[in-house]
Every structure is written in C-alpha cells, then in structure tokens.
Design a protein around this ligand. Structure first.
Ligand SMILES: [Zn+2]
Ligand SMILES: [Zn+2]
Length: 176
C-alpha cells in the first residue's frame, strides 16, 4: 500500500493557494468485525488542500469498488462507491487535534492515512443488493428466487391471502 502522504512545503510558504493531487493506492481488506471491506479496485483520492496560515482545509472525493454479499440472496457482487470529504488538518499533537475535531500534521507532510481509514469505516457501504429487484432466497427451502420458482411460493401466497381475508374481516367489524 502506497502511503497517502503529500509534501506541502510549497503550500506552507504560500497561504491561500489551493493545490490538488490525484492519489491512487491498493487497499488491504479492512475487518470491521460485523463485515469486511474487500476492495476490488485501487482506492483513488482526488484531493484539494489550502493552507490558511494555521492549518489546511482538505476536501475532495475518494472512491473505489467493494466486493459485497447481497443481503437478500447472499451472492457476491461488486459495488462502486464514493465518499465526499471536507476535513481540517492542524499543526498539533494527536490529542489537541482530536479535541478540535481535526487531524494533526507534522513538519511539511500531510498524512491522509488516518483520515482515509476513518472515511472508509464510517462511509463505505456495508450492505447492498446484487440488483435493485433481487428476489432473494426462499425462506423455506433456500432456493434462489432470481433463478427458480420453488413450490413453497404457493403456500406463501395462501398465507398472504389468509392475512388479507383477516384484514377485511376486521375492517368490516370496525365499520359496523
Ligand atoms: Zn441478490
Ligand atoms: Zn422454497
């Protein structure tokens, strides 16, 4: 993984001047406990940064593609995503920066590693569908209803019909 660091020596001497960079890096899977972020494409970061005399305003967009499992049918699929960001970096210790809701920077280097990791943990999609109209699996026999129609579906139909009938009866009662 390429370190996401930017040399900002020129910007530190020229407050008010906006610079931009395009960064790209392979990203290792991130294990979040409940699920894993597995990247199928390099992570790209388009970032602009400007020094205002005290700190850097850093903004841009990061994007990549994740390997996910459909929440309905469990099939693997790839999901593109992008995250807009707007953060501030100040010359301070970790604790001071955190207290001010900023990221710290040291010397003449903007290190984006922690910001990027935070953005991914907070914003990368965790759940999704392989396609908007995924029919999912049959809760009874486990058949993938995108490809096959199992015999259980008729029973399900009956259950719904019975519920509808019950609803109608209750409604009639209310109206009386
Ligand atoms: Zn699906
Ligand atoms: Zn079934």
């Amino acid at each position: 993984m390429q370190a996401l660091q930017i040399n900002v020596a020129p910007e530190l001497k020229l407050a008010g001047q906006t610079s931009g960079r395009h960064l790209e890096t392979e990203y290792e899977p991130i294990d979040l406990g409940t699920h894993k972020l597995v990247f199928t494409m390099p992570l790209t970061i388009d970032v602009s940064y400007v020094f205002d005399g005290e700190g850097f305003n850093v903004s841009g967009v990061l994007s990549s593609e994740l390997l996910m499992n459909c929440t309905k049918c469990n099939r693997e699929f790839k999901q593109r995503f992008s995250v807009d960001f707007e953060e501030r970096f100040i010359k301070a210790s970790d604790e001071e920066a955190e207290e001010l809701d900023c990221y710290p920077f040291f010397g003449e280097t903007l290190d984006l590693d922690r910001m990027v990791l935070d953005l991914l943990i907070l914003n990368a999609p965790a759940y999704g569908l392989c396609r908007p109209d995924c029919k999912g699996l049959c809760p009874k026999c486990g058949a993938d209803l995108n490809f096959t129609q199992c015999a259980c579906s008729r029973h399900k139909g009956n259950a719904f019909a019975a519920l509808e009938e019950l609803g109608r009866l209750l409604k009639d009662e209310e109206e009386v």
